[in-house]
Design a protein around this ligand. Structure first.
Ligand SMILES: Cc1ncc(COP(=O)(O)O)c(C=O)c1O
Length: 402
Protein backbone atom coordinates (compact mmCIF):
# COMPACT_ATOMS: atom_id res chain seq x y z
CA UNK A 1 0.00 0.00 0.00
CA UNK A 2 1.23 3.53 -0.75
CA UNK A 3 2.26 5.68 2.18
CA UNK A 4 -0.06 8.14 3.93
CA UNK A 5 1.24 11.26 2.17
CA UNK A 6 0.88 9.67 -1.28
CA UNK A 7 -2.68 8.51 -0.49
CA UNK A 8 -3.64 11.89 1.01
CA UNK A 9 -2.65 13.69 -2.18
CA UNK A 10 -4.43 11.13 -4.34
CA UNK A 11 -7.74 11.14 -2.42
CA UNK A 12 -7.84 14.90 -2.04
CA UNK A 13 -7.50 15.57 -5.79
CA UNK A 14 -9.73 12.80 -7.15
CA UNK A 15 -12.39 14.45 -9.34
CA UNK A 16 -15.94 13.17 -9.82
CA UNK A 17 -17.33 12.11 -13.14
CA UNK A 18 -20.50 14.15 -13.79
CA UNK A 19 -22.90 12.96 -16.50
CA UNK A 20 -25.58 15.61 -15.95
CA UNK A 21 -24.96 19.16 -17.18
CA UNK A 22 -24.44 21.57 -14.27
CA UNK A 23 -26.72 24.61 -14.58
CA UNK A 24 -23.94 26.98 -13.47
CA UNK A 25 -20.44 26.98 -14.94
CA UNK A 26 -18.20 25.03 -12.52
CA UNK A 27 -15.23 26.86 -11.03
CA UNK A 28 -12.21 24.92 -12.24
CA UNK A 29 -9.99 25.90 -9.32
CA UNK A 30 -6.92 24.15 -10.62
CA UNK A 31 -3.77 25.40 -12.29
CA UNK A 32 -2.65 22.10 -13.80
CA UNK A 33 -4.50 19.57 -15.97
CA UNK A 34 -2.92 16.16 -16.33
CA UNK A 35 -2.65 14.49 -19.75
CA UNK A 36 -2.89 10.77 -20.43
CA UNK A 37 0.52 10.62 -22.16
CA UNK A 38 3.57 12.71 -23.02
CA UNK A 39 2.37 12.99 -26.62
CA UNK A 40 -1.07 14.21 -25.54
CA UNK A 41 0.55 16.80 -23.26
CA UNK A 42 2.69 18.08 -26.14
CA UNK A 43 -0.30 18.18 -28.51
CA UNK A 44 -2.46 20.13 -26.08
CA UNK A 45 0.36 22.50 -25.07
CA UNK A 46 1.04 23.29 -28.72
CA UNK A 47 -2.69 23.64 -29.48
CA UNK A 48 -2.66 20.81 -32.02
CA UNK A 49 -5.62 19.35 -30.13
CA UNK A 50 -8.02 21.20 -27.84
CA UNK A 51 -7.51 20.81 -24.12
CA UNK A 52 -6.02 22.20 -20.97
CA UNK A 53 -2.52 22.10 -19.49
CA UNK A 54 -1.76 25.11 -17.33
CA UNK A 55 -3.96 27.88 -15.95
CA UNK A 56 -2.05 30.80 -17.42
CA UNK A 57 -2.64 29.33 -20.88
CA UNK A 58 -6.31 28.34 -20.59
CA UNK A 59 -8.92 27.44 -18.00
CA UNK A 60 -12.44 26.12 -18.69
CA UNK A 61 -14.21 28.69 -16.47
CA UNK A 62 -12.23 31.54 -18.05
CA UNK A 63 -12.98 30.11 -21.50
CA UNK A 64 -16.70 30.01 -20.70
CA UNK A 65 -16.51 33.75 -19.94
CA UNK A 66 -14.51 34.44 -23.12
CA UNK A 67 -17.14 32.61 -25.16
CA UNK A 68 -19.98 34.44 -23.40
CA UNK A 69 -18.31 37.79 -24.12
CA UNK A 70 -17.86 36.84 -27.79
CA UNK A 71 -21.52 35.97 -28.17
CA UNK A 72 -22.83 39.08 -26.40
CA UNK A 73 -20.44 41.38 -28.32
CA UNK A 74 -21.27 39.70 -31.69
CA UNK A 75 -17.64 38.63 -32.06
CA UNK A 76 -16.01 35.59 -33.61
CA UNK A 77 -13.95 35.08 -30.45
CA UNK A 78 -13.59 36.42 -26.92
CA UNK A 79 -11.04 36.19 -24.13
CA UNK A 80 -11.29 36.88 -20.41
CA UNK A 81 -8.45 38.50 -18.47
CA UNK A 82 -7.64 39.76 -14.98
CA UNK A 83 -9.00 43.33 -15.22
CA UNK A 84 -10.17 46.01 -17.58
CA UNK A 85 -6.65 47.44 -17.73
CA UNK A 86 -5.32 43.96 -18.61
CA UNK A 87 -7.86 43.83 -21.45
CA UNK A 88 -6.83 47.28 -22.72
CA UNK A 89 -3.07 46.76 -22.49
CA UNK A 90 -3.25 43.28 -24.04
CA UNK A 91 -5.38 44.50 -26.95
CA UNK A 92 -2.89 47.33 -27.59
CA UNK A 93 0.17 45.12 -27.03
CA UNK A 94 -1.18 42.68 -29.63
CA UNK A 95 -1.35 45.47 -32.21
CA UNK A 96 1.49 47.96 -31.75
CA UNK A 97 5.26 47.90 -32.07
CA UNK A 98 7.98 50.49 -31.42
CA UNK A 99 7.62 53.49 -33.72
CA UNK A 100 3.83 53.09 -34.09
CA UNK A 101 1.29 55.79 -33.47
CA UNK A 102 -2.10 55.66 -31.74
CA UNK A 103 -4.90 58.20 -32.14
CA UNK A 104 -7.04 58.26 -29.01
CA UNK A 105 -10.13 60.03 -27.78
CA UNK A 106 -9.32 62.95 -25.51
CA UNK A 107 -11.92 62.07 -22.89
CA UNK A 108 -10.47 58.72 -21.91
CA UNK A 109 -10.15 56.82 -18.61
CA UNK A 110 -7.17 58.12 -16.57
CA UNK A 111 -5.24 54.84 -16.35
CA UNK A 112 -5.69 54.30 -20.09
CA UNK A 113 -4.15 57.71 -20.71
CA UNK A 114 -1.25 56.83 -18.39
CA UNK A 115 -0.76 53.50 -20.17
CA UNK A 116 -0.62 55.24 -23.54
CA UNK A 117 1.53 58.20 -22.58
CA UNK A 118 3.69 56.68 -19.85
CA UNK A 119 4.15 52.98 -20.47
CA UNK A 120 3.65 52.65 -24.23
CA UNK A 121 5.39 56.01 -24.69
CA UNK A 122 8.53 54.54 -23.08
CA UNK A 123 8.51 51.80 -25.71
CA UNK A 124 8.39 54.23 -28.60
CA UNK A 125 4.64 54.27 -29.23
CA UNK A 126 3.30 57.83 -29.57
CA UNK A 127 -0.31 58.84 -28.92
CA UNK A 128 -2.22 61.83 -30.31
CA UNK A 129 -5.38 62.81 -28.39
CA UNK A 130 -8.40 64.11 -30.30
CA UNK A 131 -11.99 65.14 -29.65
CA UNK A 132 -13.98 62.15 -30.99
CA UNK A 133 -16.97 64.35 -31.83
CA UNK A 134 -14.80 66.49 -34.15
CA UNK A 135 -14.47 64.09 -37.10
CA UNK A 136 -12.42 66.58 -39.12
CA UNK A 137 -9.84 66.73 -36.30
CA UNK A 138 -9.82 62.92 -36.06
CA UNK A 139 -9.19 62.72 -39.80
CA UNK A 140 -6.35 65.26 -39.57
CA UNK A 141 -4.73 63.25 -36.75
CA UNK A 142 -5.09 60.01 -38.74
CA UNK A 143 -3.72 61.60 -41.91
CA UNK A 144 -0.80 63.41 -40.22
CA UNK A 145 1.21 60.17 -39.96
CA UNK A 146 0.22 56.51 -40.18
CA UNK A 147 -1.69 55.35 -37.09
CA UNK A 148 -1.79 51.69 -36.08
CA UNK A 149 -4.79 52.14 -33.75
CA UNK A 150 -7.76 54.44 -33.36
CA UNK A 151 -8.81 54.07 -29.71
CA UNK A 152 -12.27 55.14 -28.52
CA UNK A 153 -14.65 54.82 -25.60
CA UNK A 154 -18.32 54.19 -26.57
CA UNK A 155 -19.37 56.62 -23.84
CA UNK A 156 -16.38 58.38 -22.34
CA UNK A 157 -15.23 58.40 -18.74
CA UNK A 158 -16.14 60.75 -17.04
CA UNK A 159 -17.78 63.30 -19.37
CA UNK A 160 -20.23 60.97 -21.13
CA UNK A 161 -19.10 62.02 -24.62
CA UNK A 162 -20.71 59.63 -27.11
CA UNK A 163 -18.42 58.52 -29.94
CA UNK A 164 -20.09 57.85 -33.30
CA UNK A 165 -18.46 54.44 -33.65
CA UNK A 166 -19.74 53.66 -37.18
CA UNK A 167 -18.42 56.95 -38.60
CA UNK A 168 -15.14 56.81 -36.66
CA UNK A 169 -14.50 53.14 -37.54
CA UNK A 170 -14.95 54.06 -41.18
CA UNK A 171 -12.48 56.96 -40.81
CA UNK A 172 -9.97 54.75 -38.98
CA UNK A 173 -10.16 52.00 -41.60
CA UNK A 174 -9.75 54.45 -44.47
CA UNK A 175 -6.46 55.47 -42.87
CA UNK A 176 -5.34 51.89 -42.17
CA UNK A 177 -5.87 51.93 -38.39
CA UNK A 178 -7.36 49.11 -36.30
CA UNK A 179 -10.29 50.43 -34.29
CA UNK A 180 -10.33 49.47 -30.60
CA UNK A 181 -13.32 50.48 -28.48
CA UNK A 182 -13.66 50.46 -24.69
CA UNK A 183 -17.33 49.59 -24.17
CA UNK A 184 -17.24 49.65 -20.35
CA UNK A 185 -19.76 52.48 -19.78
CA UNK A 186 -22.28 50.98 -22.20
CA UNK A 187 -21.89 47.19 -21.75
CA UNK A 188 -22.97 44.95 -24.64
CA UNK A 189 -26.58 45.40 -23.53
CA UNK A 190 -26.50 49.05 -24.64
CA UNK A 191 -24.03 48.88 -27.53
CA UNK A 192 -22.06 46.35 -29.57
CA UNK A 193 -19.18 48.25 -31.19
CA UNK A 194 -18.17 45.34 -33.43
CA UNK A 195 -21.58 45.51 -35.15
CA UNK A 196 -20.77 49.17 -35.89
CA UNK A 197 -17.43 48.36 -37.52
CA UNK A 198 -14.90 48.28 -34.66
CA UNK A 199 -12.19 45.62 -34.82
CA UNK A 200 -11.66 44.90 -31.13
CA UNK A 201 -13.86 45.65 -28.14
CA UNK A 202 -12.41 45.79 -24.63
CA UNK A 203 -14.34 46.11 -21.43
CA UNK A 204 -13.78 46.27 -17.71
CA UNK A 205 -15.98 43.37 -16.55
CA UNK A 206 -15.40 44.76 -13.06
CA UNK A 207 -18.25 47.14 -13.86
CA UNK A 208 -21.64 46.34 -15.45
CA UNK A 209 -20.88 42.81 -16.67
CA UNK A 210 -20.30 41.53 -13.13
CA UNK A 211 -22.34 44.32 -11.55
CA UNK A 212 -21.69 43.95 -7.83
CA UNK A 213 -18.27 45.58 -7.17
CA UNK A 214 -16.91 42.28 -5.92
CA UNK A 215 -14.61 41.12 -8.72
CA UNK A 216 -11.89 42.53 -11.00
CA UNK A 217 -12.04 41.21 -14.56
CA UNK A 218 -11.78 42.23 -18.20
CA UNK A 219 -12.83 40.93 -21.58
CA UNK A 220 -11.55 41.36 -25.14
CA UNK A 221 -13.57 40.35 -28.21
CA UNK A 222 -12.91 40.43 -31.93
CA UNK A 223 -11.88 38.20 -34.83
CA UNK A 224 -10.31 34.78 -34.14
CA UNK A 225 -6.94 36.09 -35.33
CA UNK A 226 -7.15 39.20 -33.12
CA UNK A 227 -8.07 37.15 -30.04
CA UNK A 228 -5.33 34.58 -30.72
CA UNK A 229 -2.84 37.48 -30.66
CA UNK A 230 -4.35 38.77 -27.39
CA UNK A 231 -4.13 35.29 -25.84
CA UNK A 232 -0.48 35.04 -26.92
CA UNK A 233 0.27 38.43 -25.30
CA UNK A 234 -1.51 37.30 -22.11
CA UNK A 235 0.41 34.01 -21.97
CA UNK A 236 3.64 36.05 -22.11
CA UNK A 237 2.66 38.77 -19.64
CA UNK A 238 0.34 36.93 -17.24
CA UNK A 239 -2.79 39.05 -16.89
CA UNK A 240 -4.65 35.81 -16.19
CA UNK A 241 -8.16 35.83 -14.78
CA UNK A 242 -8.79 33.67 -11.70
CA UNK A 243 -11.44 30.95 -12.21
CA UNK A 244 -13.59 32.27 -9.35
CA UNK A 245 -13.45 35.78 -10.84
CA UNK A 246 -14.62 34.39 -14.21
CA UNK A 247 -17.48 32.58 -12.43
CA UNK A 248 -18.61 35.80 -10.72
CA UNK A 249 -18.68 37.68 -14.03
CA UNK A 250 -20.70 34.87 -15.66
CA UNK A 251 -23.12 35.03 -12.75
CA UNK A 252 -23.43 38.79 -13.22
CA UNK A 253 -23.99 38.51 -16.98
CA UNK A 254 -27.14 36.48 -16.36
CA UNK A 255 -28.85 39.59 -14.90
CA UNK A 256 -27.16 42.26 -17.06
CA UNK A 257 -30.32 43.08 -19.05
CA UNK A 258 -32.58 43.70 -16.06
CA UNK A 259 -29.89 45.62 -14.20
CA UNK A 260 -29.14 47.88 -17.19
CA UNK A 261 -32.85 48.68 -17.64
CA UNK A 262 -33.16 49.66 -13.97
CA UNK A 263 -29.85 51.60 -13.89
CA UNK A 264 -30.96 53.55 -16.97
CA UNK A 265 -34.52 54.27 -15.82
CA UNK A 266 -33.27 55.68 -12.51
CA UNK A 267 -30.39 57.60 -14.15
CA UNK A 268 -32.73 59.18 -16.73
CA UNK A 269 -35.14 60.35 -14.01
CA UNK A 270 -32.32 61.71 -11.83
CA UNK A 271 -30.67 63.49 -14.77
CA UNK A 272 -33.91 65.19 -15.83
CA UNK A 273 -34.59 66.32 -12.27
CA UNK A 274 -31.01 67.51 -11.60
CA UNK A 275 -31.14 69.71 -14.72
CA UNK A 276 -33.92 71.76 -13.11
CA UNK A 277 -32.20 72.22 -9.74
CA UNK A 278 -30.49 75.46 -8.65
CA UNK A 279 -26.73 75.13 -8.18
CA UNK A 280 -26.42 72.65 -11.04
CA UNK A 281 -24.51 74.18 -13.97
CA UNK A 282 -24.79 71.22 -16.33
CA UNK A 283 -25.89 67.60 -16.45
CA UNK A 284 -24.17 65.22 -18.85
CA UNK A 285 -26.45 62.28 -19.69
CA UNK A 286 -26.76 60.77 -23.18
CA UNK A 287 -30.52 60.33 -22.73
CA UNK A 288 -31.18 64.06 -22.17
CA UNK A 289 -32.38 66.27 -25.02
CA UNK A 290 -29.66 68.76 -23.97
CA UNK A 291 -26.82 66.23 -24.54
CA UNK A 292 -24.77 67.17 -27.64
CA UNK A 293 -24.48 63.49 -28.59
CA UNK A 294 -28.20 62.79 -28.20
CA UNK A 295 -28.75 61.79 -31.84
CA UNK A 296 -25.75 59.43 -31.92
CA UNK A 297 -26.81 57.97 -28.56
CA UNK A 298 -30.34 57.36 -29.83
CA UNK A 299 -28.93 55.51 -32.84
CA UNK A 300 -26.18 53.64 -31.07
CA UNK A 301 -27.33 52.87 -27.52
CA UNK A 302 -30.34 50.82 -26.38
CA UNK A 303 -30.96 53.45 -23.69
CA UNK A 304 -29.16 56.34 -21.97
CA UNK A 305 -27.29 54.04 -19.58
CA UNK A 306 -26.62 54.24 -15.88
CA UNK A 307 -23.84 56.85 -15.85
CA UNK A 308 -24.26 60.60 -15.58
CA UNK A 309 -22.06 63.55 -14.68
CA UNK A 310 -23.08 66.74 -12.91
CA UNK A 311 -21.20 70.03 -13.00
CA UNK A 312 -21.95 72.02 -9.87
CA UNK A 313 -21.91 75.79 -10.18
CA UNK A 314 -19.93 76.08 -6.94
CA UNK A 315 -16.87 74.25 -8.28
CA UNK A 316 -14.73 71.75 -6.37
CA UNK A 317 -15.84 72.99 -2.91
CA UNK A 318 -19.49 72.43 -3.80
CA UNK A 319 -18.63 69.01 -5.22
CA UNK A 320 -16.90 67.95 -2.02
CA UNK A 321 -19.80 69.22 0.12
CA UNK A 322 -22.33 67.43 -2.11
CA UNK A 323 -20.56 64.08 -1.83
CA UNK A 324 -19.95 64.36 1.90
CA UNK A 325 -23.64 65.16 2.58
CA UNK A 326 -24.91 62.01 0.81
CA UNK A 327 -26.16 59.08 2.89
CA UNK A 328 -26.86 56.41 0.26
CA UNK A 329 -24.04 56.40 -2.31
CA UNK A 330 -20.71 54.82 -1.57
CA UNK A 331 -17.77 57.23 -1.50
CA UNK A 332 -15.47 55.14 -3.62
CA UNK A 333 -14.14 54.62 -7.14
CA UNK A 334 -15.53 52.25 -9.78
CA UNK A 335 -18.95 52.13 -11.41
CA UNK A 336 -21.59 49.81 -12.79
CA UNK A 337 -22.54 48.37 -9.42
CA UNK A 338 -25.65 47.70 -7.34
CA UNK A 339 -24.57 50.70 -5.22
CA UNK A 340 -24.80 54.27 -6.45
CA UNK A 341 -21.25 55.63 -6.52
CA UNK A 342 -20.43 59.35 -6.68
CA UNK A 343 -16.86 60.47 -7.31
CA UNK A 344 -14.96 63.67 -8.00
CA UNK A 345 -12.88 62.59 -11.06
CA UNK A 346 -10.17 65.31 -10.84
CA UNK A 347 -9.04 63.94 -7.47
CA UNK A 348 -9.74 60.23 -8.01
CA UNK A 349 -10.33 58.43 -11.32
CA UNK A 350 -8.53 61.08 -13.41
CA UNK A 351 -5.89 62.11 -10.83
CA UNK A 352 -3.16 61.31 -13.39
CA UNK A 353 -4.17 64.32 -15.52
CA UNK A 354 -2.42 67.66 -15.06
CA UNK A 355 -4.70 70.75 -14.74
CA UNK A 356 -4.24 71.62 -18.44
CA UNK A 357 -5.07 68.05 -19.43
CA UNK A 358 -8.22 68.14 -17.27
CA UNK A 359 -9.35 71.28 -19.11
CA UNK A 360 -8.50 69.67 -22.47
CA UNK A 361 -10.52 66.57 -21.50
CA UNK A 362 -13.50 68.78 -20.56
CA UNK A 363 -13.34 67.86 -16.85
CA UNK A 364 -14.53 70.94 -14.91
CA UNK A 365 -13.30 71.41 -11.29
CA UNK A 366 -16.86 70.87 -9.98
CA UNK A 367 -17.61 67.80 -12.08
CA UNK A 368 -19.04 64.80 -10.26
CA UNK A 369 -19.44 61.40 -11.88
CA UNK A 370 -22.44 59.39 -10.77
CA UNK A 371 -22.82 55.67 -11.36
CA UNK A 372 -26.49 55.18 -10.62
CA UNK A 373 -27.13 51.98 -8.70
CA UNK A 374 -30.19 49.83 -8.17
CA UNK A 375 -31.58 51.64 -5.11
CA UNK A 376 -35.06 53.22 -5.11
CA UNK A 377 -35.32 56.39 -7.19
CA UNK A 378 -37.20 58.36 -4.51
CA UNK A 379 -34.51 57.62 -1.93
CA UNK A 380 -31.72 58.70 -4.28
CA UNK A 381 -33.56 61.90 -5.30
CA UNK A 382 -34.11 62.87 -1.65
CA UNK A 383 -30.46 62.15 -0.88
CA UNK A 384 -29.21 64.18 -3.87
CA UNK A 385 -31.51 67.05 -2.83
CA UNK A 386 -29.74 66.97 0.54
CA UNK A 387 -26.40 67.02 -1.29
CA UNK A 388 -27.43 70.06 -3.33
CA UNK A 389 -28.41 72.00 -0.20
CA UNK A 390 -24.92 71.33 1.19
CA UNK A 391 -23.31 72.19 -2.16
CA UNK A 392 -25.13 75.54 -2.37
CA UNK A 393 -24.09 76.38 1.20
CA UNK A 394 -20.46 75.51 0.45
CA UNK A 395 -20.33 77.38 -2.84
CA UNK A 396 -20.43 80.79 -1.22
CA UNK A 397 -21.86 84.02 -2.65
CA UNK A 398 -19.56 84.09 -5.70
CA UNK A 399 -21.19 81.01 -7.22
CA UNK A 400 -24.52 82.19 -8.55
CA UNK A 401 -27.19 79.49 -8.85
CA UNK A 402 -27.26 78.09 -12.38
C1 LIG B 1 -13.84 53.16 -18.99
C2 LIG B 1 -12.95 52.27 -18.18
N1 LIG B 1 -12.13 51.41 -18.81
C3 LIG B 1 -11.30 50.60 -18.12
C4 LIG B 1 -11.24 50.62 -16.75
C5 LIG B 1 -10.28 49.73 -16.03
O1 LIG B 1 -10.94 48.64 -15.49
P1 LIG B 1 -10.34 47.77 -14.29
O2 LIG B 1 -10.40 48.60 -13.05
O3 LIG B 1 -11.21 46.55 -14.27
O4 LIG B 1 -8.93 47.44 -14.66
C6 LIG B 1 -12.08 51.49 -16.05
C7 LIG B 1 -12.03 51.54 -14.57
O5 LIG B 1 -12.66 52.32 -13.93
C8 LIG B 1 -12.95 52.34 -16.78
O6 LIG B 1 -13.76 53.22 -16.16
Amino acid sequence: MDGFATRAIRVSTRTRRVDQRPTSVPIYQTVTFSAGSTDELADVTNRRVPGYVYGRLDNPTADALGDAAAELESAEAGYAVASGMAAIHLALLSLVRAGDRIVCTRAVYGSTRSLLVGTLGRFGVATAFVDPTDHAAVEVALAEAPARVLYLETVSNPTLVVADIAALADLGHRHGASVVVDNTFASPYLCRPLELGADIVVESATKYLSGHSDVLAGIVAGSRAAIDAVREAQVQTGGTIAPFAAFLVLRGIATLAVRMERHAATAAALAAWLETEPGVARVHYPGLASHPGRAVAARQLANGGGMLAVELAGGAAAGRAFIDALRIPERTASLGSIHTIVVHPPTTTHRQLRPAELVEAGIAPGLLRVSVGLEDLDDLRADFARGLVAARAAAGPEAAPA
